[in-house]
Ligand binder design. Structure first.
Ligand SMILES: CC(C)(COP(=O)(O)OP(=O)(O)OC[C@H]1O[C@@H](n2cnc3c(N)ncnc32)[C@H](O)[C@@H]1OP(=O)(O)O)[C@@H](O)C(=O)NCCC(=O)NCCS
Length: 156
């Protein structure tokens, strides 16, 4: 396994984002949806890159709302899964947003996506309810998850 670096996602990454997106979701986001998130000041888009090759291996998109950060999208290249990359991206998100506000974190996840649910639970998210028939492709329910605000780390 090679080292992974995290930095802001850029427009030039969108070809690789599309590639990962298409193999990750039954209803992938379009390129223009990513472009619009990249342009929004209230969104934060992080990419994970293979340090040796510069190849994009995963990404995270979140949006700031009044009371919470909403995790909109997180995906990792299939051949790089179970290497801690999504956890790295989410932990960087918590670092970047800790202490600045009283905002917690929320997301929706397909009830059948047990791997993702496990990932979120390990990072402190808790189930908070269900949105019935939330996903339009198969009318699957969404589990709503919530994580309380992360406090600023104690001074070292
Ligand atoms: C969900 C996803 C982002 C996880 O990315 P990842 O980089 O593989 O996740 P991590 O390696 O950080 O996983 C951390 C832990 O979460 C749990 N986990 C993650 N994926 C899992 C899976 N498929 N099955 C079971 N547990 C899983 C494990 O406990 C894992 O730790 P371990 O590998 O030491 O057992 C990735 O599988 C993906 O891109 N899936 C398709 C898109 C998707 O479903 N996104 C979430 C939408 S809400």
């Amino acid at each position: 396994m090679t080292t992974v670096e995290l930095r802001k996602l850029e427009l030039r990454d969108l070809n690789e984002v599309e590639e990962i997106e298409r193999v990750s979701y039954p209803t992938p986001w379009s390129r223009s949806m990513f472009a619009s998130e990249l342009a929004k000041p209230s969104s934060l888009c992080l990419g994970a890159y293979d340090a040796a090759t510069g190849r994009l291996v995963g990404y995270l998109v979140i949006s700031r709302y009044v009371d919470a950060w909403h995790v909109m999208n997180v995906a990792v290249r299939p051949d790089r899964r179970r290497q801690g990359i999504a956890s790295m991206l989410l932990n960087r998100l918590f670092d970047l947003t800790s202490g600045r506000s009283r905002r917690g974190y929320t997301l929706e996840v397909r009830v059948s996506n047990t791997g993702a649910i496990k990932l979120y639970e390990q990072l402190g998210f808790k189930p908070r309810g269900v949105r019935r028939g939330y996903y339009t492709d198969n009318r699957e329910d969404a589990l709503i998850m919530w994580k309380d605000p992360v406090q600023e780390p104690a001074a070292r």
